[in-house]
Design a protein around this ligand. Sequence first.
Ligand code: IMP
Length: 422
Amino acid sequence: MPSTVVVGAQWGDEGKGKIVDLLAQDSDLVCRYQGGPNAGHTVVAGGETFKIRQTPTGVISGKTSVIGAGCVVDPQVLLDELDELAARGIDVSVVVVSGNAHLIMPWHVAIDQASERRLGSLQIGTTRRGIGPAYADKAARIGIRVQDVLDPKILRQKIEVALAEKNLWLERIYEAEPFGLEDVWERYAGYAERLAPFVGDVSLLVDRALDKGKNVLFEGAQATLLDLDHGTYPFVTSSNPVASGAATGIGIGPTRIDRVLGVAKAYVTRVGEGPFPSEIVGPDQDRLRELGGEYGTVTGRERRCGWLDLVALRYAVRVNGMTSLALTKLDVLSDFVELPVCVRYRLRDGTETADFPAHQSDFHHARPVWQMLPGWSQPLDDVSSVDDLPPAAADYVRFVGDALGLPIELVGVGASRERVLA
Ligand code: IMP
């Protein structure tokens, strides 16, 4: 299977980094197709922990690591990350950035922060890294792209046009400090020399690789329920993490994708605001957070924790055209005697549905209908194959696969690459 998309099936933080790192071992290229430094991937490899935000996970394994046109790039974050990886002995010359990817500019970060402050109790809970405002400018066609940095004259012109509007917003609407043209221009023009060696034609590179039968891995950031079009809008990110986003975000046709591997935790977490039907009420929420180490990689925020939601997961199977699933962090559930799983939603009119509600108000008011599954009450530390799983743990995995009608291809039982069972 030469081309595979790995996509988050819930609200992010499913452990995609680890799965991508594992599959990267057999891949030639690893491609990020959307998002920016709002992503936080933790990869444990060779006894070392890597936390990366902007660069594709494949960089750790020395694979050609592509940042597609569908991404937004904070040049300072990217260059700092590349410097840090290089200092730890990683070869970063494998990184290729699309000239069409949009840049996160300082006003994007300022507006993200000011706009969240202004929304107050209605805030989205963004990572405040400028993601939404950068994608908004892209859609409004006043964005600045990676390739603009390579031409100081064009760069200056575009910054001038953008600032004429952004400074008005910042000063008059958000009562924030404006940015100076010279300062921003000098800073961004200064990135040119360092960025230039990494800029390439990503669409052509990936197309040629596929023609040659190379293995290409597409690494989704964020996740299905954070998708701008198909997630729980407005509590979403501003890009398209769903699998089809890989085609547009890289610049290949959808017919080039062979398989879609969804990644879901054996439970659910969510960072930021928004409805969350299977969120745990009571002390088990804190217990699960502690056991799973559920704190944001980028922001350090506490993640909200819930039991597995099969209604939302079935929706993710549908909108991604998922062909198999990786179920991660099964070991985190080892302490619980009983495991509730949300199998249907009860709607406001008392009816029950196994389908994800199409209307936001139905979703906001949906209540979980639980099925209780027995826990296994023993650690999974010594389990080195799926055949060694305690019967109740194996049943839990089987239950999920049957409910989704999907093969469970991988099961995660620990932090390192070696703790993912095939
Ligand atoms: P933004 O992507 O920073 O605009 O944030 C929008 C929403 O997506 C917020 O609810 C964030 O918490 C969420 N989000 C963005 N990136 C991630 C991620 O990598 N993991 C989990 N949630 C994320």
